[in-house]
Design a protein around this ligand. Sequence first.
Ligand code: HEM
Length: 219
Amino acid sequence: MADQVALRSRPGWALSNKFLVPLFLLLIAGIAVRFLAHYALPYFRFNPNYFQEYWPHRARLVFHICGGILALCCGPFQFWTGLRQKAMGLHRWTGRLYLVGVGVGTTGAFLMAVFTQPRNLGVALMVMATVWILCTATAYGAIIRGLVPMHKEWMMRSYIVTFGFVTFRFIDELPIAARLLGSYADRSANIAWLCWFVPLFAFEMILQARRIWSADRPA
Ligand code: HEM
């Protein structure tokens, strides 16, 4: 089965894994920390002016944010190969916390999305929440059955979607977004699709390209 074919490493990849991956993870961590400090953590002051239209739904929003923070923070530990090799027990525990985070985050996302305006944004976020829980459940199902390569791939897909809300704000802040993606209503719904679909598709293309590149020609 294609999912179970582990990628053979080529010399160039070993180098890129050693330097480019940690560099990329560092960049991602920086963007995530900025998102948390700038957008998520201020909600814990429970200031009605900060919540604005979310104030009547503050309990469900804070519930959602707690799950999102847990998933966002536990995810990187799951991809840290050194830690996985040295402390499998810790990997399992951060993995369980990640599952709880996604479970709570998704429930909160649905509870919020039923009120989200405009409705095209609400629908886009409901689809995103569905993809979030399904990718995570598939990763969990795979590891329960001992399918390690498949588990790794689906964990990456899951984390790409977890990161989607961070990507959402990142795109929204780009000056070009306002020009290309329309009014606030149009823009937010457009970004709610782009923020997870584009990275997930790019990941899929890279994965399949590596698989094609490393496959042996049939004799
Ligand atoms: C990945 C799937 C996610 C979905 C589908 C989702 C969905 C939602 C929804 C429906 C809202 C309410 C939006 C509105 O009514 O205008 C919301 C708000 C919010 N979510 Fe998420 N969320 C996700 C992940 C995350 C994560 C990982 C975090 C990290 C902490 C997070 C933090 C927030 C924050 C801070 C808000 C308040 C709005 C803002 O200030 O940006 N979300 N989310």
